[in-house]
Structure formats: C-alpha cells, structure tokens
Design a protein around this ligand. Structure first.
Ligand code: GDP
Length: 466
C-alpha cells in the first residue's frame, strides 16, 4: 500500500481521476474537482448543442465529444458530462463527471488530456479528503464511504450506509454533549470561585455514572457489530477423542473434516465459517492444547495456542461417557478466564462424567451427542445468547473502526477514572482534567481534533477516484 503524506493532500490543485474500475466495461467515469474544472473542461469538450459549459447551470447534463486539438482535431470519445457547482458537490468545489466508454485506453487518453491542461492526478481518497476538510462530511462518514465501497455482506453494507447517513455521528455527538455539560460545570466551579458556583458531588457522581454507562453501551454495541461484520472467532477445544471433529462436522452439516479413532489425528487447525442465526461464526477445530509428542503435533499445538488466545468464544468439549482426566483439568484451567461454553458430548452413551464441585457454576453448559446430532440446536442457542447481550437491538447497532473504538475506550476510561477520583474525594481539578481528556478523545474520534497519522492511515486505504 502506498503511504501518502498529509501535506500531499493539502493543496488547492484541480484534481482528476478515473473513478470506475479500469476494465472492459460499458461505461467509465472520470471525475474532476477544483477551481479550474469548468475552464479546463471547456477546452476539451465539444458540446453537441454548442452551449458553453462554463455558463451552464449546476446539475445539468451535456452531451458531446472529448476532442484532442490538432489539425484536424481528433474525437477521443463520445461522452455525457455532468456539472456540479460549488458548494453543492461532493467536495464542495466545482465538480465535473465525464461518463465515457469504459475501455482502459480511452479513459486514460481523456485523463492524459486533462493532465496536460494542468490538472493533477488525484491521490487515493483525495475527493473524500476534500469533502472532509470542507466540512461536508466528518471523519466517521469518510470512513463509512470506504466501508460502503468495500462491503462484502448485506449486513456490512447496511451498517456502512447507516454510518454514512450520520447515525454514529449523532450518537457520539450526544455522548459528547452530555460530557461537555458536566465538564462545563466543573469548569465554572473552578474558574469562578468568587461566584460561589454550587457543585453537588452527589449529583455530579450520578451524572458521571450515567455517562460511563452510556459510553460503555456504545462500546458494547460496536463490539457486537464487529462480530456481525467480521464474524465471531470460536475455537473448539477438548482432549483427544472428546469428539471435536465430529462436532465440527455436525455444525457444518457435511463431512469436510476427516474424523478418526486414532488419538491426535486432527493435527492441523481447520477453519470454517458457518452461519448461526445470522452470526458468521469462524470455527476452528484444533489439535488440542495438550503437550505434543512429535514435531508435527508441536507445530499444530503452537497454532492452536494462538487461536485459543485470539478467540472470542471457546467451545470446550468433554466426553460425557468418561470421568474427567488430567487433560480436561489442564484445559479447564486455561478457559477459566475466557468466554466459554462447556459441551458435554456423547450423551447417547452411559454417562460417567461428574462436574459438580468444580466451581463451574457460571459457565454455560450444553449436553449433546455430536455423533447423533442431538442437542445441536441447544448449542446454537447458547452461542447466540453468549454473543448477544439482552437489551441490545441488532438493527440499531453502531460500528466503530478499530481506531474509533480505541478513542471511545480511552474516553470511557477517563470518565471512569474521573468518577473514581470523585468518589475518593479527590479535588475537582483532577476530575476536570480527566473530563477534558475524555472530550479530546471523542474529538479525535469524530475528526474534530485531527491526527495526521490517523488521516494518512485512513486515506491510504482508499482507492483512487474516491
Ligand atoms: P477428536 O479427537 O476430539 O476430534 O474426536 P473425534 O471427533 O475424532 O471423535 C472421536 C471418536 O468419538 C470417534 O470415534 C467418534 O465417532 C466418537 N464420537 C464423537 N462424538 C460422539 C458422540 O456424540 N457419541 C458417540 N457415541 N461417539 C462419538
């Protein structure tokens, strides 16, 4: 990926780029933006109606030809030109879109003619960058533009569209407003002691608590939306022969993995994506986390450990027809700190497993037979319930990019700390300072406070022409 510096974007040049995917297609679009768009276009475009486009109204469409000057002049392509005058355009500058034929050669020829007239080739996302700096959209929406283009599932597309319409912005702004109100109260208290501004710590505490809950809810929603978008990483683990591969197959509903009676045959980690009630679940059948005896297994073991650490959910499988062994206890210790579902497999056989007195009260348990397919629905329900906390509506989830989430987390931490300090009777100065930090964090999230590194990062991921 090409990394561009922010200074490259900060220019007033008139820019152009091919905005459609360069391939053999019926139509292709070239986009122009900047002060000289109309005057330069007038030099290349021969309208059929002989009307000078420099005087044409905004939002009008003009049929004609792109012509290369010479003796005799050569027609490069037959085109439709749409005009959008500032400030009612994507960039809030004068914008022109040329719809030409879609061939790579013809589009490049038109672009070349524009470049010869002093137009500069646009950098990735430069049109969107101008939309951002002119205030037409904010940073959240700029990212949403990219997400709309890159969306691969209906749900991801819907999320991005909602973000683009400003839904996330509205909700973050609401949080920010609440924060600002509290912050201004602490400011007034500190700055105007002579006015004897009253500040009730009890009320302040209540407000901060509400604020903490609010930011926490947004974070939780975003994490759940990420699962919808990227899938839930779920590792199936258990000792050898507990039935991991059989369960894996059962969930896939077709035999894609070879199950075996020989201990330790599932050596590689296998990943499959299945859809459980609309949640893309990326399941990994692992080789187990038990100590390996040979090199091949050792490699698989390393991978298993990585997956185990990076999982959102662990399905811990035990064999119900046997008593717990050392290996089971070993795994049990490991999953205690993770979100896990304990699956007691082989319920079709005589049960010998005893799990009381293990301190596993809090863990969700499902009994099933992977071989017979009994109880699978219960497992699916348990997975769904573990992922979705009650009281959160899936339709209205907001989604934050990783860096946005980071800033919201930081803001949330600062709010929590302010609350702790207040509760501990610390001076208001400190509370005020932490709230200011939280405000800055939210400012960075919406792009009010620009961070060069973040902007460079975001715009480098854009395609040229957007
Ligand atoms: P893994 O080593 O954990 O992947 O275990 P496998 O899926 O290879 O299963 C080990 C053995 O247990 C195989 O012979 C399976 O057919 C058997 N098995 C798996 N699940 C069940 C079950 O629910 N009931 C019974 N009776 N046998 C099972």
């Amino acid at each position: 990926m090409n990394r561009f510096k922010l200074k490259d974007y900060n220019s007033k040049d008139t820019i152009a780029a091919i905005a459609t995917f360069p391939s053999l297609s019926a139509l292709g679009v070239i986009r122009l933006s900047g002060k000289k768009s109309f005057s330069i276009m007038a030099k290349l475009f021969k309208p059929a109606k002989k009307k000078d486009i420099r005087r044409a109204k905004s939002y009008t469409l003009h049929y004609g030809w792109i012509v290369k000057k010479g003796n005799p002049p050569a027609i490069v392509d037959e085109v439709l030109v749409s005009l959008m005058r500032k400030p009612n355009s994507y960039t809030r500058e004068d914008v022109i879109e040329i719809s030409a034929h879609g061939g790579i050669l013809v589009l490049n020829k038109i672009l070349e003619l524009l470049l010869k007239q002093g137009v500069r080739q646009a950098l990735p996302g430069e049109f969107t960058y101008r939309a951002l700096t002119s205030g037409r959209i904010n940073l959240i929406q700029a990212e949403a533009v990219r997400d709309v283009i890159e969306a691969k599932t209906d749900q991801a597309l819907e999320l991005a569209q909602r973000q683009l319409r400003g839904e996330l912005t509205g909700r973050i702004e609401k949080l920010k407003q609440e924060l600002k109100n509290i912050f201004s109260q602490t400011e007034a208290y500190l700055n105007f002691p002579e006015d004897q501004v009253e500040l009730s710590t009890v009320v302040l505490r209540k407000k901060l608590e509400a604020l903490k809950n609010h930011s926490g809810k947004l974070l939780q929603e975003s994490r759940q939306a990420r699962i919808l978008k990227e899938g839930l990483k779920c590792a199936i683990c258990g000792k050898t022969n507990s039935g991991k591969s059989t369960l894996f197959n059962c969930l896939l509903k077709e035999e894609r993995v070879i199950t075996s009676r020989i201990a330790g045959t599932t050596r590689d980690v296998i990943e499959e994506v299945i859809n459980i009630r609309g949640i893309p679940l990326r399941i990994y059948d692992t080789a187990g986390l038990i100590e390996p005896k040979d090199l091949l297994t050792r490699k698989a073991l390393k991978k298993t450990r990585e997956i185990f650490e990076g999982s959102d959910l662990i399905i811990f499988l035990v064999d119900g027809s046997r008593a717990l062994s050392q290996d089971d206890f070993f795994l049990l210790e490991k999953i205690k700190t993770k979100t896990a579902i304990m699956v007691i497999n082989k319920i079709d056989l005589k049960q010998k497993l005893k799990i009381h007195n293990l301190g596993l009260k809090g863990m969700v348990k499902v009994r099933l037979s992977a071989l017979k397919g009994q109880g699978i629905k219960d497992l699916e329900r348990a997975i769904f319930d573990t992922v979705y906390s009650k009281g959160i509506e899936r339709q209205n989830l907001i989604f934050l990019s990783r860096y946005q989430e980071e800033f919201l987390s930081k803001a949330s931490e600062n709010i929590s700390q302010a609350l702790e300090n207040l509760a501990a009777g610390q001076p208001i100065d400190l509370v005020n300072f932490l709230l200011k930090q939280a405000l800055d964090d939210l400012g960075k999230l919406t792009g009010e406070v620009f961070s060069e590194e973040i902007l460079e990062n975001i715009f480098s991921q854009f395609c040229i022409g957007k």
